[in-house]
Write a protein that binds this ligand. Sequence first.
Ligand SMILES: *[C@@H]1O[C@H](CO)[C@@H](O)[C@H](O)[C@H]1NC(C)=O
Ligand SMILES: *[C@@H]1O[C@H](CO)[C@@H](O)[C@H](O)[C@H]1NC(C)=O
Ligand SMILES: *[C@@H]1O[C@H](CO)[C@@H](O)[C@H](O)[C@H]1NC(C)=O
Ligand SMILES: *[C@@H]1O[C@H](CO)[C@@H](O)[C@H](O)[C@H]1NC(C)=O
Ligand SMILES: *[C@@H]1O[C@H](CO)[C@@H](O)[C@H](O)[C@H]1NC(C)=O
Ligand SMILES: *[C@@H]1O[C@H](CO)[C@@H](O)[C@H](O)[C@H]1NC(C)=O
Ligand SMILES: *[C@@H]1O[C@H](CO)[C@@H](O)[C@H](O)[C@H]1NC(C)=O
Length: 330
Amino acid sequence: MLFSKKINFKIIFKYMICFVYILFSFANTYEINIKNTEEELDQLFCKNKYYGYKETNLYFDEEIYMIPDKGQNKINLLSNIHFIGKNGTVFDFNKKDYSGIEFTFEGKGEGLFFENITFRNFLTSPIELLFAMIFIISSDSNDYRVNFKNCTFENNNMFILSRFKAKKKTKEIDNIVFDNCIFRNNTDRLLKSYHEDKEIQTSYNNIKFDNCIFTGTIGSTYIDSGIIKYNNCHFINISDSLNTYFRYESLILTSVQKENEIYFSNCIFQNIFLNGTRPYFFINFSKSLFVGNTFKNCHSEIGYIINAYYIDKYNKLTFDGLTVIGILKI
Ligand SMILES: *[C@@H]1O[C@H](CO)[C@@H](O)[C@H](O)[C@H]1NC(C)=O
Ligand SMILES: *[C@@H]1O[C@H](CO)[C@@H](O)[C@H](O)[C@H]1NC(C)=O
Ligand SMILES: *[C@@H]1O[C@H](CO)[C@@H](O)[C@H](O)[C@H]1NC(C)=O
Ligand SMILES: *[C@@H]1O[C@H](CO)[C@@H](O)[C@H](O)[C@H]1NC(C)=O
Ligand SMILES: *[C@@H]1O[C@H](CO)[C@@H](O)[C@H](O)[C@H]1NC(C)=O
Ligand SMILES: *[C@@H]1O[C@H](CO)[C@@H](O)[C@H](O)[C@H]1NC(C)=O
Ligand SMILES: *[C@@H]1O[C@H](CO)[C@@H](O)[C@H](O)[C@H]1NC(C)=O
């Protein structure tokens, strides 16, 4: 008798644990459909209604969402948040002054995920250093993730993405990843990482572009400190001259730190007509590896594509498996 009672108790206990676990995980996942109404977008972007759960899934099933313009779009991440669009969902910054969004991470492994969303019309700002989206890390750590999957960035005319404050590398992870994304007709910097505190020399992050397309006018990317990788990307039909701010040093990428690493693997550069005095890449110090890339029908008015400084002394510039078709001069 005593024996069987013990077993029953064990089984009941197991079920209880299971039940508590299920309750717990429901309580920690929050799912909601967001509509394009001022009220719902205010709750999402300005009032931080949806955070504090372990996992938050926000679904956007309308065609267009107008991002609020009150200068209050600040989201604090305590855990993972997913922004999930359907095919064709647009986040429209609506050419407004204060429609940028600020995401704050603690640097304890929080993740921000975007899928199937088009970001467009970030065109003006009264403050020079306002971005469409800013990722602020409130600690010294780089333990945070931002992931864009199947997203499009188009017709943006101001800085698009930035992040600051992670002073050092605490974790070997890809911090910002673009997977299957399209960048089209963006005239200012696509991405600029920097530290707002001028005393601090570097702001650390790792960036990765997988299977992305860059076309039309593209804004140059600037990395402060970290690793940047482009895998299987296609830079195509790029005309870059009068439209673009020519204050930037390069068409595609600028990197100026010794400890940086740059990788371009299996990328295709095609139909690029670059007028003026800028190269495709501006690389000061950084270690750079170009493997298996193809240049087809590319042009650079200054006659070369890379401006590289201090390469012998500090790091290496390696080209492997380069294919050139057409008129490129290096
Ligand atoms: C994203 O859109 C594609 C179609 O372009 C669709 O197949 C996929 O299911 C969508 N993803 C999600 C998470 O809804
Ligand atoms: C996504 O939308 C585009 C344009 O509306 C359409 O051409 C395409 O077929 C759609 N893709 C899917 C998988 O629904
Ligand atoms: C991304 O979009 C492609 C079509 O453009 C679709 O085949 C794929 O399922 C999408 N991926 C996701 C994760 O939605
Ligand atoms: C490119 O963006 C500009 C605004 O910056 C817009 O006026 C123009 O129509 C866009 N071009 C295309 C092809 O979408
Ligand atoms: C690039 O331009 C060619 C020729 O104008 C066109 O056929 C092709 O569709 C374009 N590709 C993209 C991705 O814009
Ligand atoms: C850019 O250079 C190409 C090739 O030299 C030339 O045909 C084109 O007219 C130039 N475009 C501009 C806007 O200067
Ligand atoms: C490269 O970096 C060094 C050290 O920061 C700096 O002195 C030099 O001016 C830079 N060169 C260019 C061309 O920016």
